[in-house]
Design a protein around this ligand. Structure first.
Ligand code: GDP
Length: 480
């Protein structure tokens, strides 16, 4: 984009390098065209082929979406008890949504990529407040499943006979006949046969099924990169392989106005004027019985400080007067802390408030909320979570907590390679406390380890150079 005129450059940025198109009503969803303004680092450039495929997907979503004749026919077919012999132009992937905000964003993005690869229309659960959290991504149609959708999808689980895993296990799949729909159980608790979803032969069968109903809480994209029949298309779509979530997340997910307003107001009030914004995402996975505990844990605080100072992301604090007097610069660093607990942010603020830093930099600490524990079905809580994810994505550098999808989505939207704090064991600060991630991609936690061709377990982190085990979850897979 070097040769663009200044006004063309602004349009280019506003449309995220062509990921977005003009024509949406700006006022009803401000974040769509404003997102680029709040990115502090240069975003990665999408390939022309990805842009072309997004436009084709938009046309498909419109042609087959809710309210069209094709949709009505397809929905009717769902209730038929007979098997069918072939698909039409309009085939569907319906995503049942659940889980926390980070997981939710990952599952929507994974499902969208799968829909794009398999020529399906993506429709999402209309409950779970999706409509009040994210704007419609596709022009001239809706991605929400209509309220008169005929299946009671909430009852589907790992035991459902309609699940692909159970169909394979019960041996009910026959040559060229297909059921009107198949349920794909891709949740954390999934079993061997459910995971055959990641095999090419099974994909070939699924291609003949008009409706796929998917339940997932994970970022399964890395495993799509291991299915040979998808590989050519994926490398055309993403010549820079580690940009899948970065591009698709920014394309699809646009927070609604009230969430966007709260994020941008906070940004302008506290972060915009800082010379550097350091985002620190603190997520603690510790349980006493069934109750989650967020501390206060001194070892976590120590881990945060030794990571931030050791990696020179924050200045050292001068403890002696002599040390503190040495530096004289007028730089300010804003720390954006996010956590369910207020203690860590408060402690960091206190430490930087008590003494000067050795180089004279002023460090201010801000934390938008502290919800104490994760709440289900609470709109205000979800709004805060999403606003904070977007605020983190407006940082210059990011320190995240390993294992947490909340951090993954923030780094992916921002296009920032984070420093990941490894999960402490037995309340001991790990050594080193953190390390630079290999890429900006999220980790697929419940990745399969089955080699479809050899029909036995294998190390899938060693098949291709661009899919490896994650830094924070040794059994997970991520694109690098
Ligand atoms: P993960 O569990 O860390 O992988 O992330 P998820 O986003 O899927 O689920 C955690 C949920 O806990 C979030 O969606 C929020 O509801 C809540 N939560 C966790 N950390 C934070 C935080 O730093 N700020 C806010 N506002 N909520 C958080």
């Amino acid at each position: 984009a070097d040769e663009l005129s200044p006004s063309a450059q602004i349009d280019y940025d506003r449309l995220l390098g062509g990921l977005l198109i003009e024509g949406f009503d700006e006022r009803s969803c401000r974040s769509r065209y404003q997102f680029a303004r709040y990115q502090r680092n240069a975003a990665r450039v999408p390939s022309p082929y990805l842009i072309e495929r997004l436009r084709r997907q938009e046309a498909l979503q419109k042609k087959c979406g809710p309210g069209t004749k094709s949709y009505n026919n397809a929905a009717k077919q769902l209730m038929s008890t007979q098997s069918i012999n072939g698909t039409s132009d309009c085939n569907y992937l319906f995503l049942i949504i659940h889980a926390g905000m980070g997981n939710r964003m990952l599952e929507i993005t994974s499902a969208f990529l799968y829909a794009l690869l398999t020529g399906r229309v993506l429709l999402v659960d209309r409950y779970k407040q999706i409509a009040s959290t994210f704007c419609e991504p596709f022009p001239g149609t809706s991605w929400l499943i209509p309220s008169d959708f005929p299946l009671c999808y909430n009852e589907f689980n790992e035991h459902s006979p309609e699940s692909y895993g159970n169909m394979v296990q019960d041996n009910v799949i026959r040559g060229n006949t297909y059921p009107p729909f198949v349920y794909l159980h891709l949740d954390g608790d999934y079993a061997f046969h459910d995971k055959l979803f990641y095999c090419q032969d099974d994909q070939q069968f699924l291609q003949g099924v008009p409706w796929l109903i998917m339940r997932t809480d994970m970022y399964f994209v890395p495993s799509l990169f291991l299915i040979p029949s998808f590989q050519d298309e994926l490398s055309k779509l993403f010549p820079e392989k580690d940009t899948v979530f970065h591009h698709l997340g920014r394309y699809l997910l646009h927070p609604t106005n009230d969430i966007w307003y709260s994020a941008t107001t906070y940004y302008r009030a506290y972060l915009a004027r800082a010379d550097k914004v350091v985002g620190i995402q603190i997520r603690i996975f510790e349980k006493t019985g069934i109750f989650q505990r967020n501390g206060p844990f001194p070892h976590v605080l120590q881990q945060i400080l030794s990571c931030a100072q050791g990696e020179k992301l924050l200045p050292q604090i001068g403890v002696t007067t002599h040390e503190a007097a040495a530096g004289n610069n007028s730089r300010t660093v804003a720390v954006l802390a996010t956590s369910l607990s207020s203690w860590y942010g408060d402690q960091i603020r206190e430490r930087y408030g008590e003494h000067r830093t050795v180089d004279g930099t002023t460090v201010k600490v801000y934390q938008p909320s502290h919800e104490e524990y994760q709440k289900k079905k609470n709109r205000k809580h979800d709004m805060k979570a999403l606003a904070e994810i977007y605020l983190l994505s407006m940082s210059d550098v990011l320190i995240t907590s390993g294992f947490s999808t909340f951090g993954y989505v923030a780094q992916g939207l921002a296009g920032l390679t984070p420093w990941i704090m490894y999960r402490p064991e037995n309340h001991v600060v790990p050594e080193p406390p953190c390390g630079r991630a290999m890429s900006i991609e999220p980790c697929f936690h419940q990745a399969p380890y089955y080699d479809c061709k050899a029909k036995r377990d294998a190390d899938l982190g060693k098949v291709v150079p661009y899919v490896r085990h994650c830094e924070d979850v040794s059994w997970g897979l991520k694109i690098v």
